[in-house]
Design a protein around this ligand. Structure first.
Ligand SMILES: Cc1ncc(C[n+]2csc(CCOP(=O)(O)OP(=O)(O)O)c2C)c(N)n1
Ligand SMILES: [Mg+2]
Length: 893
């Protein structure tokens, strides 16, 4: 090779380039083939770096298909019939949305998402998605939420959804039933498996689902198979942090059972995803960097001959220069415009398309709309080993809508088509609907014996049945759990323990149980030591598909950090969102994998409902079962940590989740009753509920369970300790919860001893359950005026209770306030409204005014308002108890 001069002329440069290319070609043909060529290039790169030369970093590859035409498999299906099926699905999906909006303006619905993704789904339905029929292991498919009309439309063709239902799309309350706007297992429990429409949650749940499936295989709970997790997402959706936030985990865990299909229509709701950039290139770089197998499917077969003739790589280079906003413009422009602006950049490119008419140029199909290309991408993804795969499929948003919205910025919201637009759509997809009928956009289903219908059914039969379809197991956990939990009813006899310690002990016992042990799934986001769970590391091991490739630093200790392929603990690292996704995978395994796995996810309570509330909402929708444990809970119980960590919110935030049952237990026996009953209700009775329990780190003496307390514990309150002065003139009912319950007991003593007030102490385990029960009764009474009214449980407890009512908890005052209406007299609420502080418990309880002294003052003050005491008695008590009446209001401090 000759010396390379600086500023040499272009002809010399071209010659040089050719020489290097020839050398490579020689190695490829004559020498060691691809392996040797790659080796040489690597060595060259190494050599370049050694000489101090910095190569520009490129994480993306040229803007062309990853799978060259020469390596495409033959398409195994009947393309004409499949196009026909797809056209029918398109038509009915469009009709569904158009009709719904005609009947009820503003009812919404989306056409353009599915219009762009139809081929991506249809190739899946006809060739890849496995059903759960006999002898098949079903795939787990996360359908893009806004593509729901297309999924319904196919199910309608398949005869799985009635005409009535499809007519009532987005009208779920109509006679004959309707269809939910988006995938919601809560609303359609035989159909949808996973909620996806809150963008970003589908992708992260799918990653942890694939990982959980691997875990079930590694632990022998599920046979190793070919099952795949498919996640369909929008390109705009990838901006949600959850979408890409866990992709490194998928690569690290080598999840080759996971396939992302990203519909790159280059648009989101308002406009282009990356007007001034290229979303496909950006995503390719992110996924490649994370270690994924990336398959770009950008150009359809129409482009193959152009690329073939483009020996100089000019076309690929030109296509790589164009930003997405401009590509979107091409999708709405004429062929002449594309010829001039895209190919016109270089006379050699114009030459390349000289033989094509303007119309042919306009119709050059993109990869995501080409069944052959989509099939090739899926086949390659399914066969790929050792890495998860992402398919980046280029499409046009609103494909087929023509003037009504194809590629336009308004397309996402388009739901009305005029008659001409409907006619154009009908013609484009050759649907046999007459001119007279078309304005009504009627649904259309061919006769059962039509070839396309037979094809459709035979394909699904061959693939194991129809999808989506949700099939919960009928197996139940019927074991008597009393032997596990009974030891906790007795109390600790003077020894102190925290409810967290108690929970860990229960967990360890459940894990050791020969029947349910293997079903228990402990999940922790890098917080096991905080909760004293490290003994479990050794007992059951931390799950790692790779096993343990190193000697742990603490290997000489009893409780060493043990990672194992059959490990049972999910030590997720610092990701509550990821941990919650594992919780959802494990808590829905009864419906997805026929396994009653019981997840226990323990985390810093402040980072649960507050941080990942939307995933918890999705868990509720997905009919997920299991136990969430908010650890180190209670605004004044978590000493030291301060404003960010101290949780006084979570019981308020859990209340809106309709099927989440929340408790703030104080003692071991309460926990034992609640968890045991929870397993019975969820896994024995098959109720679609899950639990939220707060557990504390404050050591307290655990009393023995009072007789007859069990029912009250579950319903939300029971009398823990009656006053020893029932005959006293002054009476009170004091409610305590969780870690504030011992303060209530102490207040009872002060009230009796110093102020001659006979106070009964109640443990309120769940304001949420009392609130729900109260409203249920009130509602029933409203609708049944002539019948004997139902009495809310809280009223049953307190209707005849004498004296004033005072409640204190470590959560917002809103919680006790929620039950006030069902008490015979007004309730005084103490709680922890306001930002937390770094402090010791006693100082925090003084600051938030929830300690025994404040309970005493609140009680006396209420008695005074009732005219039972003089103000000066309260004043004196305030002084005697050392309370500063002028202190700052913690709610705003
Ligand atoms: C968390 C969340 N934020 C916002 C929305 C509202 N939203 C629904 S669809 C959409 C645009 C979707 O664009 P893209 O992901 O590219 O999907 P496409 O329809 O283009 O396939 C938006 C913003 C949502 N559903 N979820
Ligand atoms: Mg999009």
């Amino acid at each position: 090779m000759r010396n390379i001069a600086v500023n040499q002329d272009p002809a010399v440069e071209a010659l040089e380039t050719r020489e290097w290319q020839d050398s490579l070609a020689y190695v490829l043909q004559q020498g060691g083939g691809v392996r040797r060529a790659a080796d040489l290039l690597r060595q060259l790169e190494f050599h370049a770096r050694q000489t101090g030369f910095r190569l520009p970093f490129t994480a993306s590859t040229p803007y062309v298909n990853t799978i060259p035409a020469s390596q495409q498999p033959a398409f195994p299906g009947n393309q004409a019939i499949e196009r026909r099926i797809k056209s029918l699905v398109r038509w009915n999906a469009l009709s569904m949305v158009v009709r719904a909006n005609k009947l009820s303006d503003g009812i919404g619905g989306h056409i353009s998402t599915f219009a762009s993704a139809a081929t991506l789904y249809e190739i899946g339905f006809n060739h890849f998605f496995k059903g759960k029929g006999a002898g098949h292991d079903g795939d787990v498919i996360f359908f893009q939420g806004h593509a729901a009309p297309g999924i319904y439309s196919r199910a309608f063709l398949e005869g799985r959804i009635s005409l009535k239902q499809i007519e009532n799309f987005r009208r779920e309350l109509q006679d004959g039933g309707g269809l939910s706007s988006y995938p919601h297992p809560w609303l359609m429990p035989d159909f949808w498996e996973y909620p996806t429409v809150s963008m970003g949650l589908g992708p992260i749940m799918s990653i942890y689902q694939a990982r959980f499936m691997r875990h079930l295989e590694d632990r022998g709970l599920m046979p190793a198979g070919q099952r795949k997790v498919w996640a369909f997402l929008g390109d705009g959706e990838t901006d949600e942090p959850e979408s890409l936030g866990a992709i490194t985990l998928a690569a690290r865990e080598k999840l080759d059972n996971l396939i992302f299909v990203i519909n790159c229509n280059l648009q989101r709701l308002d406009g282009p995803v990356r007007g001034n950039g290229q979303i496909i290139q950006e995503l390719e770089a992110a996924f490649r960097g994370a270690g994924w197998n990336v398959i770009k499917n950008i150009w359809g077969s129409d482009w193959d001959p152009l690329f073939e003739r483009d020996t100089e790589g000019l076309l690929a280079q030109r296509l790589g220069e164009i930003v997405d906003g401009q590509y979107q413009k091409y999708s709405v422009e004429s062929g002449a415009y594309i010829r001039e602006h895209l190919f016109g950049a270089d006379p050699r490119l114009l030459e390349l398309v000289k033989h094509l008419s303007d119309d042919e140029i306009r119709k050059l199909r993109l990869g995501g709309h080409d069944p052959v290309k989509v099939y090739a991408a899926y086949a390659s993804a399914v066969a790929h080993k050792g890495q998860p795969t992402v398919i980046l499929a280029r499409t046009v948003k609103g494909y087929g809508l023509g003037e009504a919205g194809e590629g336009k910025n308004i397309t996402h919201q388009q739901k009305k088509l005029n008659e001409d637009e409907l006619k154009a759509f009908r013609e484009r997809f050759a649907i046999e609907i007459t001119d007279e009928q078309v304005h009504k956009s009627p649904f259309f289903r061919p006769a059962d014996d039509a070839p396309e219908m037979q094809y459709l059914h035979s394909r699904r039969k061959a693939l194991g049945g129809y999808v989506p379809s949700r099939k919960p197991t009928t197996d139940t956990v019927s074991k008597n759990l009393e032997p596990i939990f009974e030891e906790f009813y007795g109390g600790t006899e003077g020894r102190k323990a925290s409810t967290t310690m108690v929970f860990v002990k229960m967990l360890a016992k459940m894990l050791r149980d020969p029947d349910i042990g293997k079903l228990v799934v402990p999940i922790v986001p890098d917080e096991a030591r905080t909760f004293g769970m490290e003994a479990l590391f050794r007992q059951v091991g931390i799950y790692s598909h790779a096993g343990q490739l190193y000697e742990p630093v603490d290997s000489d200790t009893l409780l060493y950090y043990k990672e194992a392929r059959d490990g049972q603990i999910f030590e997720e690292g610092i990701t509550e969102a990821g941990s919650m996704s594992t919780f959802i995978a494990a808590g829905t395994a009864y419906a997805t994998h026929g396994l009653n796995t019981i997840p226990f996810f323990i985390y810093y309570s402040m980072f649960g409902f507050q941080r990942i509330g939307d995933l918890i909402w999705a868990a509720g929708d997905a009919r997920c079962r299991g136990f969430l444990l908010g650890g180190t809970a209670g605004r004044t119980t978590l000493a030291g940590e301060g404003l960010q960590h101290q949780d006084g919110n979570s019981h308020v935030l859990s209340l809106p989740v309709p099927n989440c049952v929340s408790y703030d237990p104080a003692f071991a026996f309460e926990m034992a009753v609640i968890i045991q009953d929870g397993i019975r209700r969820m896994y024995g009775n098959g109720e679609s509920i899950f639990y939220y329990l707060t557990v504390m780190n404050e050591p307290v003496e655990m009393p023995a369970m009072p007789d007859g307390a069990r029912e009250g514990i579950l319903k939300g309150m029971y009398k823990l300790k009656a006053t020893s002065k029932p005959k006293a003139k002054l009476r009170a009912q004091v409610f305590g919860s969780g870690s504030i319950l011992p303060e209530a007991v102490q207040a009872q003593q002060i009230l009796e001893e110093k102020y001659d007030v006979g106070a009964d102490v109640w443990s309120v385990t769940s304001y949420g359950e009392l609130y729900r029960d109260g409203h249920a009764a009130e509602r029933w009474n409203m609708l049944h005026p002539a019948e004997t009214p139902k009495v809310p449980y809280v009223t049953q407890c307190l209707a005849d209770a004498p004296g004033v009512f005072v409640a204190a908890s470590d959560y917002l005052k809103a919680l006790p306030d929620a039950i006030d209406r069902w008490l015979p007299r007004k309730l005084v609420s103490l709680g922890t409204d306001g930002f937390g502080r770094s402090e010791a418990r006693a100082d925090l309880r003084n600051h938030f005014e929830v300690d025994a002294r404040f309970i005493v003052v609140a009680t006396l003050s209420a008695l005074m308002r009732d005219g039972k005491l003089e103000a000066k008695v309260v004043q004196k008590a305030i002084a005697d108890l050392g309370i500063n009446a002028e202190k700052a209001n913690p709610a705003t401090a």
